[in-house]
Design a protein around this ligand. Structure first.
Ligand code: BGC
Length: 769
């Protein structure tokens, strides 16, 4: 753990000293986004020390030609990534003709805060530029009221001189990606323009040989200064446009530049309309003035928090953690655009691009089910439905039937090129179906399965039926050559989680076909399902091999896992961790160390199929060997930890989940934030500490309270109700904020109520601890 921002506040992320060594980490943490676009916490003005500039537009991606040492048949031809795009925040500042550069000049009182309550990033500092001292305040936000709009207000106060300040606001589309496979630039210039106080740049992703969509984006700026400019010039060239605005300044006077930017793209408009549309947006918005735009934006954030805030009393670090996670996740995705999905790094870095992974279905969907309108979750399901044909193509490429959803994708095609992931980490297919089950069970809305979901369920079942093989001496079906969720072991046989979820997918397919035979014949007919096919699925499911050790009475992660040298994580020298940064890959693969929940992932998904005792035995066994070097791990262990009454461990793992980036647990946050696992902090509270479950379409809670906390509360949408749940030391309160009667169970007792329910916790402590 490494905390660089030591001042902790429930609503703010505070940086009170300038970071040079850890600037990339600070830039990741100070990221902003509005679902449509986003950026790392780069400075507006020139900065000559180490920095990773990054600004990304949702859904705008580029197929970067695959680079591998030895080409294997079936490799995807490209690695998809969301390219770093036009730098639109740039504002160079000159003080009496000398550049302000925080990498070079003397800096005092540096302070930066990310206000999560209203999504505004503010920076203040005093700088000495060759003897001229200025006090600077910069505020910026990406409007969530008007998605195309970004606003920056840059104030400069003279502390000791009469002279001049030059603002050079610019747009620069000549940008690169650090992770480009062939050091290639991904953008080409279309045009640029400039006028007094105005500028625009239009650029397009380069043509590519893979036939994927190209995107054109337009960045347009209008700059306003607080006093009459002495000089006002403008200039543009390929990829670039700037204004130069010089104003006089007197000692103690403040001068300001406000830069309004609109970004439009061919995802929404035709190329010829990009410039005029962005101009219209700017004209419509600017008349409102900076303060009103900020107010509108803040009010939207307030609305989001009203429905989703989680309050923790007694533990400010935990409070900050959960809000940070919700803030960054909602900054990445709030369900406004059905074409989008949630990239593991969102808009905060290059690694993992903004591509879609199984993370969405496995980790994010349950959060959106709980806090957003159900159409958001349905959009996420339809995103995969719309890619079904590509998933069938993907299975075909591997010589298999049915549909194999990609591990990493933008348009349905696989675009990840490590063989052990692309070809082998097929468990991801199960999560596509689990998400359909989750949505249907949670919302009670069966129409999705009837209309679309069944097609996905059937094709995934076909995939599993063709991917298993029959082991004749064992008389069972097996799945060889896979990578389970634990990516620290590859090409294993019979990964329990994969076999279990494959079996479940087949059973779920049969169950739904049988249901639809009665309810919606046409859904069955359009999938062309024959009796023998169903029987085959039943036979495979009934005879699926699931590794188990009778002596230890535990599930075995995969064949021969117990033959490894079993060393516990606590016995490893501290400096070996994280293993992925200190050990060779082959040493990791041979070891018993588990990157992320694997057996536990299955126990979490299918929690109603395992007793508390079974959960405890498997948790206790596997936790010892798990290094949680995937951000997706600790939330699952935290949830099961709460369920089995190991609150101490589950609290520790909650902190690791909620503060993973703020405390840089895995020493990799400088690359960007772990966006998709941010839902894990919410899950660890709601499903973990509060024990919310929805098995068999019944809502239940089993609330516990970590001893470090006085109380916590959250809201959830469940079917037609919105409920507020408050867990205090003595009582649990559940408030129905909607109309009608609520039916649920708490600590195993059923209740029906209309307004409020109060349950003594003390009486239940014995039961729940
Ligand atoms: C994890 C995967 C995950 C990916 C993106 C990897 O480190 O092992 O399970 O899908 O990150 O978050």
């Amino acid at each position: 753990m490494k905390r660089i921002f030591n001042k902790i506040d429930g609503w703010k992320i505070i940086q009170d000293k300038i970071e040079f060594e850890e600037n990339r980490l600070a830039e990741s943490i100070m990221s902003l986004g509005n679902g449509y676009m986003g950026m790392r916490g780069n400075y507006e003005e020139m900065y000559s020390k180490d920095s990773h500039r990054g600004s990304y537009i949702a859904g705008v991606w580029f197929p970067d030609k695959t680079r591998v040492g030895w080409w294997k048949n079936g490799y995807p031809e490209y690695f998809g990534k969301v390219p770093n795009s036009v730098n639109y925040i740039g504002i160079n500042v000159l003080v009496n003709g000398k550049y302000l550069d925080l990498g070079k000049c003397e800096v005092e009182n540096f302070y930066r805060e990310l206000n999560m309550e209203n999504g505004v990033l503010t920076r203040t500092f005093i700088a000495n530029v060759d003897g001229s001292k200025i006090e600077v305040k910069v505020q910026r936000f990406l409007s969530i009221k008007r998605k195309e709009l970004a606003v920056i207000k840059y104030d400069v106060k003279s502390l000791n001189f009469d002279g001049e300040i030059t603002f050079v606001p610019y747009l620069d589309a000549d940008v690169t990606n650090e992770d480009s496979n062939y050091d290639e630039k991904f953008w080409m210039n279309i045009s640029s323009g400039s006028k007094e106080y105005k500028g625009n740049v239009i650029s397009r992703t380069k043509d590519n040989v893979f036939g994927t969509e190209v995107f054109t984006i337009c960045a347009n700026m209008i700059n306003k200064v607080s006093k009459k400019a002495k000089v006002s010039e403008y200039m543009n060239k390929d990829f670039y446009s700037e204004n130069t605005i010089v104003v006089d300044i007197n000692k103690d006077e403040t001068v300001s530049l406000t830069k309004f930017i609109a970004i439009t793209s061919t995802r929404d408009y035709i190329q010829d309309e990009l410039l005029s549309t962005s101009e219209n947006i700017l004209n419509e918005e600017i008349v409102k003035g900076y303060e009103n735009l900020l107010k509108e934006h803040s009010e939207e954030w307030n609305k989001r928090w009203e429905t989703s805030d989680v309050k923790i009393d007694g533990d400010i670090a935990a409070q900050q953690g959960i809000r940070y996670n919700l803030f960054q996740l909602f900054s990445t995705y709030y369900g406004d655009d059905y074409r989008l999905n949630i990239g593991p790094k969102g808009f905060t870095g290059e690694k993992y691009g903004g591509a879609t992974y199984w993370d969405t279905e496995a980790y994010c969907l349950p959060l959106y089910l709980g806090v957003a309108d159900k159409h958001v979750s349905r959009n996420l399901l339809e995103y995969r439905y719309n890619q079904l044909e590509a998933a069938k193509e993907n299975a075909k490429k591997l010589g298999l039937e049915g549909a194999l959803y990609p591990m990493v994708t933008f348009n349905g095609e696989e675009c990840h090129n490590e063989w052990e992931i692309t070809f082998e980490e097929i468990h991801r297919n199960g999560s596509m179906i689990y998400a359909i089950y989750n949505y249907t069970n949670y919302t009670g809305d069966y129409s999705y399965i009837e209309e679309k979901g069944i097609d996905v369920i059937v094709e995934v079942a076909r995939f599993w039926a063709s991917r298993v093989h029959y082991a004749k001496y064992q008389g069972q079906y097996m799945i060889h050559g896979v990578t389970g969720p634990n990516e620290y072991d590859n090409n294993v046989n019979n990964n329990w989680y994969t076999n279990y979820i494959a079996k479940w997918c087949l059973e779920y397919a049969v169950e739904n076909i049988n249901k639809l035979q009665e309810q919606c014949q046409k859904a069955v007919a359009r999938n062309n399902i024959k009796e023998e096919e169903l029987n085959k699925w039943i036979t495979i499911a009934e005879n699926m091999y699931l590794p188990y050790d009778n002596e230890l009475d535990i599930i075995v992660q995969q064949d021969n896992f117990l033959d490894k040298e079993l060393i516990e994580v606590k016995d490893l020298p501290k400096e070996n961790l994280p293993l992925n940064q200190n050990w060779s890959w082959d040493r990791i693969l041979r070891s018993c160390f588990i990157k992320q929940a694997d057996v536990l992932q299955g126990i979490y998904y299918f929690g109603d199929k395992f007793s508390i005792e079974e959960k405890r035995r498997n948790f206790d066994f596997y936790e010892k060997y798990t290094v949680h070097e995937s951000s997706l791990s600790s939330c699952i262990y935290s949830i099961i930890g709460s369920e089995i009454g190991n609150l101490e461990k589950s609290y520790e793992l909650y902190s690791r989940t909620a503060r993973l980036d703020l405390d840089n647990y895995n020493n990799d946050t400088e690359d960007g934030l772990h966006i998709t696992s941010m839902s894990g902090a919410w899950l660890a509270i709601v499903q973990g500490f509060a024990g919310m479950r929805t098995w068999n379409e019944t809502l239940s809670f089993n609330p516990k309270l970590p001893q470090q906390w006085n109380s916590y509360s959250f809201n959830i949408n469940y079917r037609e109700h919105t409920l507020k749940v408050i867990v205090e030391k003595e009582n649990v309160f559940i408030e129905n904020m909607s109309k009608g009667q609520v039916e649920l169970s708490v600590y195993g007792e059923s209740y029906k109520f209309e307004d409020k329910l109060t349950i003594k916790r003390e009486e239940n402590l014995a039961l729940s601890m």
